[in-house]
Write a protein that binds this ligand. Structure first.
Ligand SMILES: *Cc1c(COP(=O)(O)O)cnc(C)c1O
Length: 379
């Protein structure tokens, strides 16, 4: 992270109040009785684990999901009283560390259940754990028959505290996907005998899929950070992050010449080009570049949309500012590359990826500040 705004290629603004507002909005969509947790893995999707955890706690969020034990430890040091689940599970040999950090592993296979049970017996104390079921995603979790088997072995499950039963949707972003219902039915069938235990299924998309998917606890991630949970509906969340990159130089490029590595794009008119200090090392994906064969992403300066021209380099990009008046762009101007006017999901589409990858890939070279984001421009 660059400590000085003056010396940074770009600045990253994080709006913590917008994250809190998104959490409240999601909570308001849940059926009565469903609690709303927050998934804050991968540095809270690029927004900063500690500050985001603290802001969400102030908004009333008490339960957090992270991917890795190390991320859990960071949340724990920020929030002594929060409930913190580690989705990646129980890494072998990590039980002592997890319990000492007051972190709750999501046990994903029988071997993990066995290891946690042995640990709890050794300590003579029923530490909490979640159990994850695989209902069709075929990533982490126990198949329903394995889960039934585990639950039948009282010497295993009797030695620890089952805090949560959970599963994860594979196709939640597509409300029409038949797998959603299938996963729901599989989860209900498998957990029915244990309906005294709290259950969780919904990520962000699951919140929008409706009350059938809510159960006792929702664990949204991407929607908290302004991302687009459903492919098929407009995004109602507030943007929370803005990247602005510095114009280092303006250049005139005559019609017929090319710009950048590989000469990938030939300009079709006499052009004014801004060289801007952010590239793929700052999380602007190389695939978002432009060539004679396909258009690339864009930035926004003032109320002008400015397209990328040519390839994205490691440390810079070129933007076509021909249509921007001279008094609106100069050396030292900042161009919005992500934010209220440039949705991460739009930018991601140019790079053939998703907003999750854009947000979590926001580089470490920006000057970072916490402030409210401006309202979107009228264009
Ligand atoms: C990442 C993750 C979430 C949050 O998902 P979003 O799509 O970002 O809302 C929830 N549950 C699990 C198991 C996850 O891995």
């Amino acid at each position: 992270m660059c400590a000085s705004e003056k010396l940074a290629g770009g600045r990253l603004t994080i709006d913590r109040d917008a994250i809190a507002a998104n959490w409240s909005l999601l909570k308001g969509l849940l059926k009565p009785g469903t609690a709303c947790a927050a998934t804050i893995k991968a540095d809270a999707y690029g927004t900063g684990t500690t500050s985001t955890a603290q802001r969400l706690w102030a908004a009333g969020c008490t339960t957090f999901f992270v991917a890795l034990p190390e991320e859990g430890a960071l949340v724990r040091s920020a929030l002594p009283d929060a409930t913190v689940y580690v989705l990646g599970g129980l890494f072998s040999g990590a039980a002592t560390d997890l319990a000492a950090g007051n972190l709750i592993p999501v046990l994903n296979c029988i071997a993990e259940v066995q290891e946690w049970a042995d640990f709890c017996k050794g300590e003579n104390r029923a530490f909490p754990a979640a159990l994850q079921l695989n209902t069709g995603m075929n990533r982490l979790g126990m198949d329903p028959d394995e889960f039934a088997d585990v639950m039948a072995q009282k010497d295993l499950t009797g030695s620890f505290d089952i805090a949560l039963l959970m599963t994860h949707l594979a196709c939640g972003s597509d409300p029409e996907a038949p797998l959603n219902r299938q996963q729901l039915n599989t989860f209900i069938a498998a957990t029915q005998p244990f309906d005294h235990l709290p259950r969780s299924m919904a990520n962000s998309a699951g919140v929008f899929l409706g009350p059938d998917y809510h159960f006792d606890l929702a664990r949204p991630g991407i929607s908290l950070y302004g991302g687009k949970a459903l492919d098929t509906a407009a995004n109602v969340m507030n943007p929370v992050a803005m990247v602005e990159a510095r114009v280092m130089q303006l250049r005139h490029v005559p019609k017929g010449q090319t710009i950048g590595y590989g000469g990938a794009e030939t300009v079709t008119r006499d052009s004014k080009v801004a060289l801007v200090a952010a590239g793929y090392a700052d999380g602007l994906h190389r695939r978002a570049g432009s060539s004679d064969d396909r258009p690339g992403g864009f930035g926004v300066i003032g109320n002008h949309k400015v397209p990328l021209i040519g390839r994205v380099s490691m440390d810079m990009i070129a933007l076509d500012v021909t249509d921007v008046p001279d008094d609106a762009v100069a050396r030292g101007s900042f161009v919005e590359m992500l934010g209220p006017n440039v949705a991460a999901s739009d930018l991601a589409a140019y790079a053939e990826t998703i907003d999750y990858e854009y947000l979590t890939g926001l580089g470490r070279r920006y000057y970072r500040r916490y402030a409210a984001l401006p309202a979107p421009q009228e264009r």
